[in-house]
Design a protein around this ligand. Structure first.
Ligand code: SF4
Length: 502
């Protein structure tokens, strides 16, 4: 039934966020592209429609009429990411034979310009529809989904869907064809999208970190360069010019043995993409223990500026690192930060440093106590003191997903024990590390080019450059949304900066 022929199919994208892979606008994830491509290729669906949860909300809450925007009103990010099909949502849904809902968040976060749909929300919208319903994406795994950090995951009500399948297109040979055909999905999207590109899945470490679902979901596998190049070529043909090689657990581990980088294979991957002259080419996740100078030089050479290698550090407390089988130790992290700064800290064509490290921290891991915070803050302050740049520090509360060691051994024990400290810990990092770090990374007076006006908040506009972990720049005027501006930096907040058109 999933790919049977001659049916009108509608894909509803409720957006996805996983340790390896982002599909929340402005990102366009791999799920909708692969599914669309597979349907096109195999099942010859009569028609395939792509709708976002924003289209469905607009239809169900506002009868598919875009509410008037008042001069001082905040952008309603629940209905911002509409497809070209938004005005025909009712008609499309009523003519649908097969409905594929893509949903699931495994790394809960806050998003500037989108709100992922939850199971409860989408079920409320689709329960009356008479069609064959399939749930796919992270929510369809045995780990469920959770939009808020620190809470247990929600599992899908199996009775609500005819089928629940985590990945509809799984095999890398099938993905090679589907990814190329799937690029056409962009024809149904009117806005700019950054395509999240998959380079591999699974993790070089097994068993992996106590909290992580990635090694449980996938065995280690890498995509062929040729397939990735074909996909990017097709996406460029369909007007997508921004790319993030972000769907993998560690970019530096591409086709490696898990101990040393395979620079030959990394160059074979990056060089042809850079020759296609994309507007943006960035990466995402990196295991600091894999970072070396030759691979870092290649990333700096072939990718565009403003790039970030996000390190899944999770904790600087050696005891927490050991109890949770985390992937790195503090000396290794420090060395990786130094290497990336050595090759990537110079400013690039868009005004940002070419490549910087990012640090992810997780609260609620096994063994966490007050001392863990002391380890975190002292290492982070050392980076500031030594002017070693970090692009961003991401702090989340862990979600104990079923099937992980964290779930069976501790559940929410450490979250409950330490939750009372979290606000203070987070605030202390924001004030004593993020704030001085932002001043180092983006000193007042520099110009950040091509920042896109994304949302309004009263008389202010929030803008971001397109790419991986772009800084939020607040501008004290209402700029035209969707347009890009060169912005001169005027000030610094705890996690964002302020600017004015240059
Ligand atoms: S290193 Fe840890 S967090 Fe990263 S993918 Fe592997 S198991 Fe998950």
């Amino acid at each position: 039934m999933v790919f049977s022929r001659n049916m009108t199919t509608t894909i509803i994208d409720c957006y996805t966020d996983e340790p390896a892979g982002l599909g929340v606008p402005p990102y366009l994830g791999t799920y909708p592209r692969y599914i669309y491509g597979r349907l096109k290729h195999d099942s010859r669906s009569e028609e395939i429609f792509y709708l976002t949860i924003d289209d469905i909300r607009l239809y169900r809450r506002y009868s598919s009429r875009i509410p008037e925007t008042k001069p001082n009103s905040k952008t309603n990010i629940n209905i911002l990411n509409l497809t070209r099909n938004w005005s025909r949502t009712k008609e499309i849904l009523s003519g649908t034979d097969r409905l594929i809902v893509i949903l699931g968040v495994h790394v809960p976060g806050k998003y500037l310009s989108a709100v992922p749909g939850t199971l409860k929300e989408v079920l409320g919208y689709i329960e009356g529809l008479r069609c064959y319903k399939i749930l796919t994406g992270p929510a369809a795994t045995e780990h469920g989904t959770q939009l808020e950090g620190g809470k247990f995951a929600k599992m899908p009500d199996k009775g609500a869907f005819d089928e629940t399948i985590a990945d509809l297109v799984t095999d890398y040979d099938d993905i090679a064809k589907a990814a190329v055909k799937g690029a056409e999905i962009q024809k149904q999207i009117s806005d700019l999208r950054i395509a999240e590109i998959e380079t591999g899945r699974g993790c070089t470490r097994y068993p992996g970190c106590s909290f992580c679902t990635e090694p449980l979901k996938h065995r280690l596998e890498f995509r062929e360069q040729r397939d990735i190049h074909q996909e990017i070529k097709a996406l460029i043909k369909n007007r997508i010019r921004h790319f993030r090689l972000g769907k993998q657990s560690c970019f530096y581990s591409y086709k490696s043995d898990g101990a040393n980088c395979n620079t030959k294979e990394i160059e074979k991957l990056l060089k042809p993409i850079s020759e296609m002259k994309p507007d943006v080419l960035h990466i995402d996740n990196a295991n600091p223990m894999m970072v070396d100078e030759p691979a870092t030089r290649l990333i700096v050479k072939y990718c565009t500026a403003g790039n970030t290698a996000a390190f899944g550090v999770e904790s600087f407390d050696p005891d927490v690192q050991e109890k949770n089988n985390l992937n790195c130790n503090n000396e290794g992290i420090y060395k990786a930060v130094r290497i990336i700064n050595k090759h990537g800290a110079a400013r690039g064509e868009n005004g940002m440093p070419k490549l910087l490290p990012g640090i992810n921290l997780l609260f609620g891991l096994i063994g966490e106590n007050k001392g863990s915070f002391e380890h975190n803050i002292s290492w982070l302050k050392r980076f500031v003191d030594e002017s070693l740049l970090l692009r961003r520090i991401n702090i989340r509360q862990v979600t104990p997903f079923e099937g992980t060691r964290l779930y069976s051994e501790a559940g929410s024990r450490f979250l409950k024990k330490n939750r009372k400290h979290y606000w203070k810990w987070r605030d202390s990092i924001r004030r004593s590390v993020d704030y001085p770090m932002l001043k180092l990374v983006t000193p007042a007076g520099i110009v950040l080019k091509q920042a896109r006006a994304e949302v309004y908040d009263g008389k202010n506009t929030f803008c971001r450059q397109v790419g991986t972990y772009p800084l939020i720049i607040g501008v004290k005027q209402r700029l035209k949304l969707g347009s890009s501006y060169d912005l001169r930096i005027t000030g610094h907040m705890l996690r964002s900066i302020t600017g004015e058109p240059a």
